[in-house]
Write a protein of this length. Sequence first.
Length: 299
Amino acid sequence: MSKLDRNGDASISREEWRKKRIFDKVDLDGDGVISFDELQIRLGEKAPDPKSGIELPDAVSISAIRRGRHDSVQDLKDRGLIETGLYPVWGEDVSCRGIDHWYAMDYSQFRPKQAYHGGVDIPAPFGTPIHAVMDGEVIAVYAGKQSPRGIEVVMRHTPGESGLPLYLYSRYTHFQRMPDVQVGQRLKMGDVIGTTGNTGVLGCELKHEICRKSRRPVLHFDILYSGSEKYYDNGNMVIPFDAHWMDPNALFRKSMPVDSISMSALPKSEKAVRISYMLENGELHPADTRMIWPYTCSR
């Protein structure tokens, strides 16, 4: 609050608020300024007055997805951020970009608190195009200047688009520059969202240590899911109602269940997941797939 309240009047004006696009949503009483109470409600740190008509996700969803300093690590584990043992495979005649940091990898060494990797990291050279993995709608674009995630795009996919009886949220981070996509824009599977970069606050910066090297260029890719169509945008991240984490590899099984407990219980013979993909010429494999790897593959 103090960082934004530059004139010290205990409120944040439109001029002081950085995210102009959502100012009116945060200014709950419409008085032209954001109070400390309104800011707490927006961040999910305070429950709104029941008479206000404002609805927030359940507390566990907020804690599990936000993963703030005081949020419970157990909440994110309960909502699926546990290792599954799944890994991607492709045909012998194709070359695709693989994962180097896996789902739910212990990230505590990179963070000030106990932490686990909420997705997969796929390294690629700077400027490599990143593609939409399914048809869907862009619901958030974040500059992420104070976030480890850096520049981020979030897409929402309906059951009709994915073929699964869930609302899915694909999240792409560390873009090289702000992508040329807009909130509300609909993208088709395979459309280019932006290019690979290394934006985002480093773990050593979060721990107030000296950073001796920068992040490699990489796409951090993750999937959230819910049975509810509702979600909440707190200005920094999208939090679905009744939110759960999904190992992105589980998405490419293309069938239920997708929850991490079920995935971790699979026999070793079923841990390898054959990934559907798009070639550099736009050819899909298999031809009828509804989802592809976020990078193109080559023969």
